[in-house]
Design a binder for this molecule. Structure first.
Ligand code: UDP
Length: 376
């Protein structure tokens, strides 16, 4: 017998899974369709051949200040309490990222650092300042510091990540990693931080574990739009549809391609307990990859004598078979193009959610929060 679903959700990533669960909580029957063979989307993790739990699509560290988001996900997982630490590998050695007052002392020595710290606090307070703003300071010592951070932390890394200089990309992107006017050496300062103790995939499994949710994986091109009607697996649907994939692809690229950055990942397993000094080491002045992440240091998994690390090589997304669009490229042209697609999607009544469908550089918690707002 054919089931009539109240909602169809396209994509079983964090956006789609959150939507499905929130709808099931409201008593709706939900069909979730995923093109990959597994659920979880980019948060998917699994054990590799040496038994190390790895994040297949790059390191994901959960952090949020939104209690409602933390409480919602905590229904499906416990947390390991990990706070992310990142260092940048410079020629002289490693310094904390975000650049903080400890790094300042390492670079300039105690005396000069103390003088600059006082000026920083005077001009910018005690929280953070963006590197771009620091560079523009009228005080020559502060602008010199801004230039140092720009040259050593941001310029080359951003060139690799986006193929552009920091001044040529959306300022919000570099503001994600500000200069910190304290000694706090955590990558994020949010109240709630950590990774799921049993992994993201297990959290995903529990999110979708409801009598009201049906999941189908391995279904490519499950949705089609034609003459104002939505077709799911070839049949016109009467359900409401939450779409979490790329809008340009769904609409046959009719207005042109939305730009994205993708990543090539290289995994390496080493027969040592520990490979590097921090969970993530950013290569801000050398190498073709942006960063190396060592999973054991963030999952806190205990495995002796072996560790797996991942290198990330960013490049332009072409839309070829198997490529994954990880990062929308925010600029006025892409925003205008996206607006065209969005207008078209709205004619069909599609509910657009997530990094791809909304074309927004969302963090994990922001996706969950957005789903909560949209499906209230
Ligand atoms: N960034 C940088 N150097 C760093 C870290 C970050 O230039 O050591 C810039 C870069 O442009 C990057 C952005 O800041 O894309 C945001 O960094 P984040 O770590 O938030 O990126 P994600 O983890 O989302 O890839």
């Amino acid at each position: 017998m054919k089931i009539n679903y109240d909602y169809t959700v396209i994509g079983a990533g964090l956006a789609g899974m959150t939507a499905a669960r929130l709808l099931a909580d409201q008593g709706k029957r939900v069909l979730v369709i995923e093109k990959l063979q597994h659920i979880g989307g980019s948060i998917y993790d699994h054990k590799d051949e040496s038994g190390v739990l790895v994040h297949k699509y790059g390191p994901h560290i959960f952090h949020t200040n939104h209690k409602e988001v933390f409480d919602f996900l905590s229904r499906f997982t416990e947390w390991n309490g990990y706070s992310h630490k990142v260092v940048a590998k410079l020629e002289k050695g490693e310094i904390p990222v975000p650049f903080n007052l400890t790094a300042l002392e390492e670079v300039y020595g105690k005396e000069k650092a103390a003088r600059i710290t006082a000026k920083l606090k005077d001009e910018f307070g005690t929280d953070t300042v963006s590197v771009m703003k620091l560079r523009e300071s009228s005080d020559s010592e502060l602008s010199e510091l801004g230039e140092y951070v720009y040259q050593n932390i941001f310029l080359y890394y951003t060139m690799k990540q986006w193929g552009k200089k920091p001044s040529e990309i959306d300022p919000k992107t570099t503001e994600r990693v500000p200069v910190r006017l304290s000694r706090d050496d955590r990558y994020f300062t949010d109240v709630y931080q950590g990774l799921p103790t049993a992994g993201y995939t297990e959290m995903a499994r529990r999110m979708l574990d409801s009598e009201l949710i049906t999941v189908k994986t391995g279904c490519e091109n499950a949705i089609a739009l034609k003459d104002g009607k939505i077709y799911i697996c070839g049949e016109e649907t009467s359900s409401k549809v939450v779409y979490t994939g790329e809008l340009d692809r769904l609409m046959g690229y009719r207005f042109g391609k939305l730009p994205y950055r993708t990543l090539d990942f290289v995994f390496e397993t080493h027969n040592v307990d520990s490979y590097q000094s921090a969970a993530t080491v950013n290569y801000t002045v050398s190498e073709d990859f942006t960063r190396i992440s060592e999973f054991k240091k963030m999952t806190l998994q205990k495995v002796d004598g072996v560790t797996t690390v991942m290198k990330e090589y960013p490049r332009q997304y072409e839309g070829k078979e198997g490529e994954i669009p990880y990062y929308p490229v925010a600029n006025p042209e892409s925003a205008a193009l996206y607006a065209k697609y969005r207008k078209e999607a709205e004619k069909y009544g599609l509910i657009l959610l997530g990094r791809l469908a909304e074309y927004k550089y969302y963090n994990m918690d922001a996706v969950v929060k957005r789903a909560m707002e949209l499906l209230k």
